[in-house]
Design a protein. Structure first.
Length: 290
């Protein structure tokens, strides 16, 4: 557990590791360009022998100001994702058991904060009950960027049930229809010192969560940064980014802002640590893990 002033943060893991070939996730990548970062990329973030990036898929459980907040909800169970065999029709994953071990039942979650609505960030928004998709966290406000929701609503209208692996149909629409979705804009404050910030590029409306604490600022960054690989090569955007150039600009700005004492980054896909402090090395960074 990480404690930042009055806030506590825990990781609730859904999948670990999720492996992707280096050039599948980062089309511009080469192992040679990462050789001098081997000491801090191996073994948690990059399998050099297999040329694979190792990702975690997890939620951050944030408790602050009397609120229990779940940041992103991973892949989920029973979701039809035939294009991603690792995600397809998963059962008995233990995710809700791990949440319970952290002292939280689904009905005790006050806020689900969706940084964006990709399949590996919104899957546990819903679960299957009696053949229907229902909100997993029935008493929560599902906070999401207005532009993000508008984007995927339009995509769903163009390709019903197909867009984004079908995630809108089974993991977003049921939340909207239940009246639990709360579209918000940059600057929206969940509680004192905890507000949403725009992190565009990976998706058109991706949002991050900025936590002010006595020691500085922590950023729950969604997929503004997928892997520590991008600290060594900050201009490598993922193949899944809707606007790779904007994603790189967003990432660099976030890392520059977080430099120095008190700046923390908490990526959803980081393995083996809750987050890191970015430490500049010339024109790039390396992580100081927490």
């Amino acid at each position: 557990m990480l404690t930042l002033g009055a806030a506590t943060i825990e990781r609730i893991v859904d999948m670990d590791p999720f492996r992707l070939p280096l050039t599948t996730i980062f089309p511009d990548a080469s192992l040679e360009a990462l050789e001098d970062a081997r000491a801090w990329l191996e073994p948690h973030s990059l399998d050099y022998a297999a040329a694979q990036v190792l990702l975690g898929v997890q939620s951050h459980l944030l408790r602050i100001g009397g609120l229990t907040i779940l940041v992103d909800t991973c892949v989920g169970e029973c979701k039809p994702r035939p294009k991603r065999p690792d995600w397809h029709e998963r059962r008995d994953t233990g995710y809700l058991d791990r949440l319970a071990a952290a002292g939280v039942r689904p009905e005790e979650v006050d806020v689900v904060m969706c940084t964006h609505l990709h399949a590996d960030h919104a899957g546990w928004n819903t679960r299957l009950e009696n053949g229907a998709w229902v909100p997993t966290f029935p008493n929560a406000r599902y906070v999401m960027g207005r532009a993000e929701l508008d984007h995927w609503t339009a995509e769903e209208a163009r390709a019903p049930g197909e867009a984004n692996h079908g995630t809108f149909a089974d993991s977003v629409k049921p939340v909207v229809e239940a009246g639990l979705a709360e579209p918000v804009d940059e600057g929206f404050e969940l509680t004192a010192g905890l507000s949403l910030i725009a992190l565009p590029g990976h998706t058109p409306g991706q949002m991050g969560l900025s936590l002010k604490h006595p020691g500085g600022t922590a950023i729950f960054c969604g997929d503004a940064l997928h892997s520590p690989v991008q600290l060594r090569k900050p201009d490598w955007s993922s193949a899944f980014c809707s606007d790779p150039l904007q994603a790189a600009l967003t990432r660099r700005a976030m890392l520059e802002q977080a430099e120095g004492a008190g700046g923390l980054i908490l990526p959803v896909h980081l393995r083996g640590a809750t987050g890191f402090r970015p430490e500049r090395v010339g024109d790039h960074w390396r992580p100081v893990y927490l």
